[in-house]
Ligand binder design. Structure first.
Ligand SMILES: Cc1cc2nc3c(=O)[nH]c(=O)nc-3n(C[C@H](O)[C@H](O)[C@H](O)COP(=O)(O)O)c2cc1C
Length: 344
């Protein structure tokens, strides 16, 4: 028994020490405690509210308090406004049950700056089994957490880039596969035009940071090269979700190319009217494409790539419906596309 009434401490024996160092082991442990970069404190478990009785230099460095400002205080002075009450309750429960505690919680330095503290607390008993001290170490995890969250957002970004690249590659694949022409030069020109249509849609998306894009802009960017001046666009503000912009752009492109090669835009007097309206609950839109004043419709009507592509895009890719009819006036196409719009 010492003068405070505790018998010898029931401590851990050093696991790796030579006979040469054994006589110095206590002093060496004290030096190590002071020199280690691991912040550590010991609190008195026999006193009301567990005051700090020992704090090493690394603890003072971490918290930026002086020795006289920490000795005799309970460690809760490190807590503050954003410290999790659940983490504090976990410590309280662990102390009550006299078991080891491992918790990560937000603490504050003397200057008010916050740090993430990976706190480990373990009880120290005397030879009679009485709880006499607690030992604790504090690891500053702030940098680690910052890197972790940067890595997580980088990872999310990479997944997104991957996903977008896959979508566009699938579109390019269908263009290359489905474009038909016996003439290699014509084939190359059609593929190139379609890829350029995709590139224009990509340009819109990147200008707007891959957020929603107005339907009107998507349409006008595709009809621009094929006689936009003779087209009348009319419809409310409808915003497209980013994922639908490239397929829809390709759809409009096909209609525009058809109009320019066989339809109303192939004749000086021809007109094109594109109208749209939002579907109920802003769930997608209905688009009406009406050509007038063009040459008489071709007979028989063969399904070219344009038709295959527009059907594949609207029906299969966007789960919409597509209706096409010819009159002496020209072709009229109605596309109904759900699930592609977003509210502002
Ligand atoms: C040895 C020891 C070290 C502690 N170190 C910290 C610490 O670094 N940061 C902290 O927020 N709480 C620390 N605590 C916990 C608080 O001192 C206190 O026990 C906790 O806030 C729960 O009690 P309370 O609800 O009465 O505040 C430590 C406790 C002990 C016993």
């Amino acid at each position: 028994m010492d003068k405070e009434g505790t018998s010898g401490l029931h401590g851990d024996e050093p696991v790796a020490v030579t006979d040469r160092a054994m006589p110095d082991v206590k002093e060496l442990a004290t030096i190590a405690l002071q020199r280690t970069r691991m912040p550590m404190v010991v609190t008195d478990a026999t006193k009301e509210d567990f005051p700090i009785v020992l704090a090493n230099q690394a603890f003072l460095n971490l918290t930026r308090y002086g020795a006289s400002e920490v000795l005799g205080r309970n460690c809760r002075f490190l807590q503050g406004a954003a410290t999790s009450p659940a983490a504090i309750a976990e410590i309280r429960a662990g102390l009550q049950e006299e078991r080891e505690i491992n918790v990560e919680l937000l603490n504050y330095r003397k200057d008010g700056s916050a740090f993430w503290n990976l706190l480990h607390i373990s009880p120290i008993h005397d030879d009679d089994g009485r709880l006499v001290y607690h030992f604790a170490s504090q690891i500053d995890r702030t940098d680690f957490r910052r890197i972790e969250s940067l890595e997580a957002s980088e990872h999310r970004l990479l997944l997104e880039v991957d996903h977008r690249a896959n979508n566009v590659l699938a579109l390019v694949d269908s263009i290359v596969r489905l474009t038909r022409s016996d003439d290699p030069a014509l084939y190359a020109a059609s593929v190139q035009r379609r890829i350029q249509a995709l590139a224009r849609a990509h340009g819109l998306l990147s200008q707007r940071g891959w957020h929603e894009i107005p339907l009107q802009e998507t349409i006008s960017s595709q009809i621009e090269p094929y006689g936009a001046s003779r087209a009348l666009l009319d419809g409310p503000d409808v915003m497209l979700a980013a994922h639908s912009v490239q397929p829809l752009a390709l759809f409009i492109h096909e209609l525009a190319v058809n109009a320019a090669s066989h339809g109303s835009l192939s004749k000086e007097t021809g007109q094109l009217q594109i109208k749209w309206q939002a579907r109920p609950q802003n769930n997608g839109f209905i688009l009406e494409w009406q050509e007038t004043g063009g040459p008489p419709p071709p007979t028989p009507r063969r399904k070219g790539f344009g038709t295959l592509m527009t059907e594949a895009t609207i029906r299969r890719q966007l789960q919409g419906s597509l209706h096409r009819e010819w009159s002496d006036q020209g072709v009229r196409i109605v596309a109904e596309v759900p699930n592609v719009t977003v509210s502002r």
